[in-house]
Design a protein around this ligand. Structure first.
Ligand SMILES: Cc1cc2nc3c(=O)[nH]c(=O)nc-3n(C[C@H](O)[C@H](O)[C@H](O)COP(=O)(O)OP(=O)(O)OC[C@H]3O[C@@H](n4cnc5c(N)ncnc54)[C@H](O)[C@@H]3O)c2cc1C
Length: 386
């Protein structure tokens, strides 16, 4: 079979169009009502962006993680919740593409491309918290099918998704870190909602807890062990895509601070407003964040097929450090922008308001807590010979 080359798509431009035309106009309402960003996702589906990273042979766009990072960044400037949902979906796609090889998983890739299915994830677990490399629940194999019950404290957009990627122990005898990643169809499982999602930020991700009672064909369990999927794909792609989302949010805050300082300069021609010096300082940190997230994406692409490089301790420490740095820089940048803008940034009813960005920003160090990530790095550094 000869495959046609994928058409050249300018993913950043496409992401910018969706962000400006569909995500931004709904962002205030999405945040206020803690509702799903339907408008952005209707457009993302219509543009085929939910399957953009699936190889062309299955009907996808053959895009790279860097392409999807650019779309995520653009969405982040308009609506952090829409950007986060897009990022989380692409994290699962990346794992499926790299670690799902069975005929059933290949068929699933085709289905995702055809029907633009949305993928959610249940990796954290009640009693285990953000230690995603441990599971308490397990997969129960029954002939060629499996069963699983998981108490998930948070599953973003579960009720708006078609598929959930769920971690569990391989079987009832497996230790907590012998995990598999399996796909379950939301329509075929019981999702018992536990509580509401009423948070400071990322309100449109619609992420309450659930007891998941799922089942499905055993060949929807991904081929590689989760330890491999996590280290080579899920963790680095999460930190790269989240980093770009947070950079988009930071860029929005910088743009508002810049607009404020320029307006102040225009109102008193011939003078340099006091915020100008602080704006220059802010741009230094903004550039630092840009280099950080784009450098990490480039490193990931450069080692894409190099299993030794991507399973090395230095790679894991670097990708963990990216998450800690990017989330810390985001809060620093939004805080600095707030000081520049002053009361007009603090007000909720001003065009320079930073309220939503500030609330969303505080989700970054908590979603897989930075302390937990630093704890993981501390252990890795103890055994590292690098
Ligand atoms: C917007 C958003 C969306 C999310 N979406 C999903 C999703 O779709 N699917 C999903 O599975 N999860 C999701 N999560 C959950 C998230 O990934 C959390 O990590 C998880 O819920 C655990 O939260 P926790 O605060 O109890 O963290 P824990 O990791 O249990 O940490 C609790 C406290 O213990 C401390 N602590 C824990 N371990 C250590 C350690 N080793 N060293 C030092 N201190 C430590 C931390 O500092 C923290 O104070 C989402 C979270 C957010 C914010």
């Amino acid at each position: 079979m000869t495959l046609e080359a994928p058409p050249m798509v300018d993913y950043r431009a496409l992401g910018r169009a969706v962000a400006r035309e569909d995500a931004a106009p709904a962002a205030v309402e999405v945040d206020r009502d803690a509702r799903f960003p339907h408008e952005a996702f209707a457009r993302l589906r219509a543009e085929g962006l939910l399957s953009a990273m699936i190889p062309v042979e299955f009907g996808g766009g053959g895009a790279s993680l860097t392409d999807m990072a650019a779309v995520t960044e653009e969405l982040g400037m308009a609506c952090a919740s829409a950007g986060m949902v897009f990022a989380m979906h692409q994290i699962q796609i990346n794992s499926l593409v790299r670690h799902g090889r069975s005929a059933a998983l290949d068929e699933l890739k085709r289905e995702i491309c055809r029907d633009q299915l949305l993928l959610a994830s249940a990796t954290t677990e009640v009693g285990i918290g953000g230690d995603v490399r441990s599971s308490s629940c397990h997969v129960q194999l029954e002939g060629d099918r499996f069963r699983v019950t998981k108490q998930a404290p948070v599953i973003s957009y579960a009720e708006h998704s078609e598929l959930i990627f769920l971690t569990a122990r391989r079987n009832s005898d497996s230790p907590p870190n012998d995990q598999v990643l399996t796909v379950i169809r939301t329509a075929e499982i019981e999702l018992e909602r536990v509580g509401e999602w009423n948070t400071l930020g990322f309100r449109g991700t619609c992420s309450p807890g659930f007891i998941v009672r799922g089942h499905g064909p055993a060949d929807l369990i991904l081929d590689d062990p989760y330890s491999d999927i996590s280290g080579r794909s899920m963790l680095p792609s999460a930190h790269i895509l989240w980093g770009h989302l947070w950079f988009g949010m930071a860029s929005q805050a910088v743009s508002q601070a810049r607009g404020f300082v320029r307006a102040a300069a225009r109102s008193k021609p011939g003078t340099v407003p006091p915020g100008a010096q602080r704006l220059a300082e802010l741009m230094v940190v903004h550039q630092q964040m840009s280099e950080l997230v784009k450098g990490a994406a480039a490193r990931y692409e450069a080692t894409y097929d190099d299993i030794d490089a991507q399973t090395s301790i230095s790679f894991a420490v670097g990708m963990n450090s990216l998450k800690v740095s990017a989330s810390t820089l985001l809060i620093d940048i939004v805080g600095k922008a707030m000081v520049i803008i002053g009361i007009m940034g603090y007000r909720e009813d001003s065009k320079y308001s930073l309220g939503r960005t500030l609330r969303d920003a505080w989700g970054a160090p908590l979603m897989v807590n930075n302390d937990r990530i630093l704890g993981n790095n501390a252990q890795l550094l103890l055994v590292s010979k690098d």
